[in-house]
Design a protein around this ligand. Structure first.
Ligand code: PEP
Ligand code: MN
Length: 345
């Protein structure tokens, strides 16, 4: 539930509400906006009566949150959450966020070359996996810490913040030492120990939808991170499994407006894993932006045929550069025509 404080509420009255929430074994989350002072209350699912708080001094109203995910819901926080990555870019403020880079870090030459080219194309962040969760134990598993060091070198060279995957709770401190954004992969979306571990950091998390996860499952996974105190969560639609075999996955474009309606967290689209074929990546990236995505994360490789993983869906740098122009053109056209992608408007 949400406890809305009166605009005249004193610090002591707010503190008193926090104490009362804690006394009931619940967790208060303070949200202080310019106009409202709101305390979100989450617990363990036990019913809590509105009357527990409504008569406390300074309380204006108490609103139950109907959704099972509380902190992630728009009911809880109606404004879009804006998430800075690096020093120069904010995700969710209307300028499409562009994240580009290889599926995996493969060598110094490879990552530095891609980093330079995605920077030149206008990307805001560099992606690249150092720890790779592969379906087959015989596939390339990533360069590990050596890969993280190369990503850091690529950041030094280009200034681009780093997005890289963390695959296990015990790796969180190491990966958080190197990267601005911790990616949780589709295969780990319901690894609750991992979600809790990234929730205990203040690093931005890019949470990818599981390949058979519903939108509700995705939001519940985000809730794990938020409930641990990390509010910096970006959601990522990366395609889901369907009966279709012509593409690797099926891009659930529906998920973009649905998520924008249900949550205040930013949503980006991964058209690479969504389709699995480079030929379709640009079309889906464009449609994602038109549908209201806050950005895209795209796999880019200078020599896709030699890539250690996901070469078939990787764009060459030149095509990526064209795609960035197209994505910005779509975003600018929507703005020029005053077309809102807000599904609730
Ligand atoms: C990736 O981003 O390279 C990746 C493994 O993605 P996903 O978890 O969506 O399959
Ligand atoms: Mn990949």
């Amino acid at each position: 539930m949400m406890i809305i404080m009166k605009t005249t509420a004193t610090k002591e009255e707010v503190e008193n509400v926090h104490q009362r929430v804690k006394a009931l074994d619940l967790h208060p989350h303070q949200i202080s906006g310019a106009e409202r002072n709101v305390i979100g209350v989450v617990g363990d699912g036990r019913p809590v009566e509105v009357t527990a708080f409504i008569r406390l001094p300074g309380v204006a109203s108490v609103i139950p949150i109907s959704k099972p995910y509380k902190l992630a819901s728009r009911e809880f926080f109606p404004e879009n959450t804006l998430i800075p990555i690096g020093n120069n870019h904010v995700v969710g403020n209307g300028t499409p966020t562009i994240i580009g880079g290889p599926c995996a870090v493969e060598s110094r030459e490879q990552i530095l070359e891609v980093a330079k080219s995605v920077k030149e194309a206008g990307a805001h962040a560099l992606r690249g996996g150092a720890f790779k969760p592969r379906t087959s134990p015989y596939s390339f598993q990533g360069m590990g810490e050596e890969g993280l060091k190369l990503l850091a070198e690529a950041r030094d060279l280009t200034g681009l913040p780093i997005v890289t995957e963390v695959t296990a709770p015990e790796l969180v401190p190491l990966v958080a030492d190197y990267a601005e954004v911790l990616q949780i992969g589709a295969r780990n979306m319901q690894n609750y120990a991992l979600l809790k571990a990234v929730g205990q950091t203040q690093r931005t998390v890019l949470l990818k939808r599981g390949m058979s996860a519903t939108i509700n499952d995705l939001l519940m996974a985000a809730e794990y991170i938020l409930a641990k105190g990390n509010q910096n969560v970006i959601l990522c639609e990366r395609g889901i499994r369907t009966f279709e075999t012509a593409t690797r996955n099926t891009t659930d474009i529906n998920a973009i407006p649905v998520l924008q309606a249900l949550t205040h967290l930013p949503v980006v689209l991964d058209p690479s894993h969504s389709t699995g074929h480079w030929e379709y990546v640009s079309a889906l990236a464009r449609s994602g932006i038109a549908a209201g995505a806050d950005g895209i994360i795209v796999e880019v490789h200078p020599h896709p045929s030699q890539a250690f993983s996901d070469g078939a869906q990787s764009l060459k740098p030149k095509r990526f550069m064209r795609l960035v122009k197209q994505v910005n053109a779509i975003s600018n056209a929507l703005k020029a025509e005053d077309i809102s992608t807000n599904p609730l408007q």
